[in-house]
Design a protein around this ligand. Structure first.
Ligand code: NAD
Length: 322
């Protein structure tokens, strides 16, 4: 089996591939001609965040599976993979915890402002703590979770641990299940009006592009903290900039951007009511190890038609008699 890895993954994944007897190609040049050249004979691809064009796929006659090192798959054209009979794998059980903890870190930094307390203490101003801005609690606040899949549910469980009211908008999940999980189903409109904190966990697609734009931002409470660790473009960045600048909402935490990396002079960088991270919510060491292991095992098991394959990780081809 020839397996290509596009982008760097944790060593544990490479060890799994080598011990399976696979021939491994580590690929760093990602312009189209280089990819066409390097991938012409591969059976499987393990893919980090690079976009793979249909032209590249068309030039991979042996390709049977692309496995994302992650769960989002907006960097490949699923319809095209379907038409070619190429399976799409994800690391479905790997990254919810790391992303959920990142969301809580955003929430807690906004309300506790630990960096200001740290600075004051180091500056020898211990007795001036009354001069710090007010800080707040998560306790009994309203949290709105948009998208109740793997990550949304992991965020909900953590928020419930803080004794918050967790509201969920996800029309594709049975309301009874949302209630069973200790949360309250809610419409998008009502959720936006009620929320003190919002966390976005939707896939990016035609329906979710600009899911939150100016009209939605205008509905939010002034104290609302909006966090997006899903994909850039789900919240309209320009509208968010205006809302933050005009203090329509209290703050935003963003791990993802419409264009990645964002340009150096991005307007959001000028605001102090936004916290930004470089799309690394899922990159805790533990999570990188889990993703590398799961991506490599999924690829090998699929190519071998191995019973160990977790079919939930295969997005498009559920029948093992492929
Ligand atoms: N920042 C990061 O590093 C990072 C890491 C992992 C995942 N992500 C992103 O997070 C997203 C969510 O991941 P997940 O594993 O929870 O996915 P998931 O597929 O388990 O959950 C997505 C949920 O969104 C719901 N949904 C889809 N369209 C909707 C709509 N129009 N309105 C309301 N709900 C809708 C679905 O019903 C599903 O329950 C991924 O698509 C990915 O883009 C980001």
């Amino acid at each position: 089996m020839k397996i290509a890895i596009i982008g760097k993954i944790h060593q544990i994944g490479l060890e799994i591939l080598y011990s399976s007897g696979s021939l491994v190609k580590e690929i760093n040049q990602t312009d189209t001609p280089s990819l066409i050249d390097a991938l012409s004979d591969v059976d499987g691809i393990i893919l980090r965040t690079e976009k793979i064009s249909n032209e590249v796929i068309d030039n991979c006659p042996n390709l049977k599976i692309i496995t994302r090192h992650g769960v989002g798959y907006d960097n490949v054209d699923l319809n095209h993979l379907n038409s070619k009979g190429v399976a799409l794998g994800i690391t479905g059980t790997s990254n919810a915890v790391s992303v959920a903890e990142h969301v809580l870190a955003f929430f807690l930094q906004f309300i506790k402002k630990i960096d200001l307390s740290d600075k004051l203490t180091r500056d020898g101003k211990f007795h001036e703590k009354a001069n710090l801005p007010d800080f707040f609690e998560l306790y009994q606040k309203n949290i709105l979770i948009l998208g109740f899949g793997r990550i949304g549910q992991a965020v909900a469980r953590r928020c419930l641990g803080f004794d918050t009211n967790v509201f969920v908008f996800d029309p594709f999940v049975d309301e009874k299940y949302i209630v069973k999980m200790g949360c309250q189903p809610i419409s998008k409109e009502e959720g936006l009006i009620k929320a003190d904190f919002i966390s976005v966990h939707l896939p990016l697609n035609k329906k979710t592009l600009n899911f939150i734009s100016l009209s939605e931002l205008k509905k939010l409470k002034k104290n609302c903290i909006l966090v997006n660790t899903a994909r850039g473009g789900i919240i309209n960045e320009n509208d968010l900039f205006n809302a933050l600048q005009e203090k329509l909402i209290a703050g935003a935490g963003l791990d993802v951007f419409e264009l990645e990396p964002p340009q150096k002079n991005h307007p959001l960088f000028t605001l102090d009511n936004v916290l930004l991270t470089p799309h690394n919510a899922a990159l805790s060491l533990e999570c990188r190890m889990r993703m590398a292991k799961e991506a490599c095992e999924t690829t090998i098991f699929y190519l071998r038609k191995d019973n160990n394959l977790n079919l939930d990780n295969i997005i498009n081809i559920k029948d093992l008699n492929y």
